[in-house]
Design a protein around this ligand. Structure first.
Ligand code: RTP
Ligand code: MG
Length: 138
């Protein structure tokens, strides 16, 4: 089975900076399909579940706080190998050094000494995708 679904988030920095359209345009230009799309003001509890794997790490609380700092655009995106494909479009985690040509590399940089404002999230495996889609669209 090569057709997959992934959860994409445009994080508060991306929405606030007016980059949602550019992110969605890159997804569509690549040939992926938007299956679901909504603007969300996420609750603390939803974000703690979403970032469960990072609970206990030093950046967990600041990350959740950042994710509550403004609206988030959540999307379910479909296509062959979209999980891997979207992470490739997004670029590596740190926006300052993410490759030019990627969303993070072209549109992001460090702000305030932290890498957390990196514009987008994309699920990292089929299991994560189904879990995260359940959290945001369940
Ligand atoms: P994402 O989950 O958002 O798609 O990003 P990712 O896989 O590239 O990064 P991950 O390791 O899952 O980390 C989740 C988000 O936490 C923030 N972060 N801050 N050292 C730090 O301060 C730090 N490390 C990660 C970023 O917002 C990252 O996207
Ligand atoms: Mg991750």
């Amino acid at each position: 089975m090569t057709t997959e679904r992934t959860l994409v988030l445009v994080k508060p920095d991306g929405v606030t900076r007016g980059l949602t359209g550019q992110v969605l345009a890159r997804i569509e230009a690549k040939g992926y399909r938007l299956a679901e799309l909504r603007l969300v003001h996420p609750e603390q509890e939803l974000l703690e579940r979403h970032y469960e794997e990072h609970r206990g790490k030093p950046f967990f609380a600041p990350l959740v706080e950042f994710m509550r700092s403004g609206p988030v655009v959540a999307a379910v995106v479909e296509g062959d190998r979209v999980i891997e494909g979207f992470r490739s479009l997004a670029g590596t985690t740190e926006p300052t050094t993410a490759a030019p040509g990627t969303i993070r590399g072209d549109l992001g940089r460090d702000w305030g000494g932290t890498v957390q404002q990196n514009i987008v999230h994309g699920s990292d495996s089929p299991e994560s995708a189904e879990r995260e889609i359940g959290i945001w669209f369940g």
